[in-house]
Design a protein around this ligand. Structure first.
Ligand code: HEM
Length: 167
């Protein structure tokens, strides 16, 4: 008979919860995330992801240069859906970033997302008023789509990353 803990590990791995990615250390995941973000920026002259009023906390060009992507997202409130942090360390399912990377989209390309019924956006929320109701932008990256492996790398990065107070 298979010992219980081995059976449970196999089930979790099958669900994608215990994949090899989650055992990788933060430094190597961080390096990979940086490359994915850098790749999404393209070679255009415009600054990548900022300064932009609707993605205001995420000036990727500057954050890649200073290697502070994690610090800019960990426990930092999303501008679009201020109920969630951009990244909740250890909790991909509570991280706005994962919604932005994996969410379904409407035919017009806008992210399909139902906010909590009690949610009242801050007056300066990035989500307010684009179409007379709340709008949460597009799936990220704005152009193209990440591969399942790249998305898994982000998920593992969030699982492995330290809480900001531990840095
Ligand atoms: C892997 C690469 C990317 C990641 C991880 C990412 C992540 C995000 C996140 C988390 C937000 C929400 C910010 C908040 O709520 O405070 C956001 C917004 C935004 N991003 Fe990105 N992004 C990526 C690539 C891009 C690219 C390549 C572009 C432009 C060509 C872009 C343009 C924008 C814009 C315009 C917004 C605000 C409006 C909207 O959400 O659609 N992003 N991004």
């Amino acid at each position: 008979m298979i010992p219980l803990h081995r059976a449970a590990a196999a089930t979790l791995a099958w669900l994608g919860c215990g994949s090899a990615e989650t055992t990788r250390d933060f430094a190597s995941l961080n390096a990979e995330v940086r490359e994915i973000v850098r790749g999404s920026c393209g070679s255009g002259a415009a600054p990548c992801h900022g300064p932009n009023p609707t993605a205001r906390s995420l000036d990727f060009e500057r954050l890649l240069e200073s290697d502070t992507l994690w610090e800019a997202m960990a426990d930092v409130q999303s501008c679009e859906y201020d109920t969630l942090p951009l990244v909740a360390p250890g909790e991909p399912e509570r991280s706005w970033l994962m919604v932005k990377l994996t969410g379904q989209t409407d035919p017009d390309g806008r992210l399909r997302f139902d906010p909590d019924s009690s949610w009242v956006p801050a007056p300066d929320s990035c989500a307010v008023g684009v179409r007379g109701s709340y709008d949460f932008g597009t799936r990220m990256p704005e152009v193209g789509q990440l591969s399942p492996r790249e998305i898994e790398t982000f998920r593992a990065w969030i699982l492995a990353g330290p809480p900001p107070t531990a840095q």
